[in-house]
Design a protein. Structure first.
Length: 144
């Protein structure tokens, strides 16, 4: 792998890590929010309970996941990360659609489950990429 390919690979791995961490934090945020809602203004974090913040965060996470996971699929040709991501993204989007319509518990369950599935998709994608980086195929330039 040349230096340019290595830098591109590092960038995609970094983007996948950011997506995994963001998805996991999103799931934690959504699971805990109903319990800590009253405490957020006391510590200056009331913006975390704002529906606009959540919608923007979810839409950014969906965009990043779509890009990074599709790129991962093109690289390793394994569908498992996408199979985890599609229901995860669907649940996240349903969660932000039902943010004002349904009950807070329905919203929390949808986005927490979706965030966990999306985090699992990112972690799986990272593992598959890491596995592919360690597989060495002998070519004509190699001294077997």
């Amino acid at each position: 792998m040349n230096s340019e390919q290595s830098n591109k690979s590092r960038w995609w791995h970094f983007a996948d890590r950011v997506g995994a961490i963001a998805s996991f934090l999103c799931a934690i945020h959504c699971a805990l929010l109903p319990f800590v809602l009253a405490l957020l203004p006391l510590v200056g974090l009331e913006f975390l309970a704002d529906h606009r913040f959540e919608r923007i965060f979810v839409l950014c996470a969906c965009g990043l996941a779509g890009l990074v996971l599709y790129r991962g699929y093109l690289r390793h040709r394994r569908a498992l990360p996408l199979r985890l991501a599609v229901p995860g993204l669907s649940l996240l989007l349903l969660g932000i659609i039902f943010i004002d319509v349904g009950t807070p518990i329905l919203h929390s369950v949808l986005v927490t489950t979706g965030g966990l599935l999306l985090a699992a998709a990112h972690f799986t994608n990272l593992r598959l990429d890491r596995h592919d980086d360690h597989v060495h195929v002998h070519g004509p330039q190699c001294a077997h």
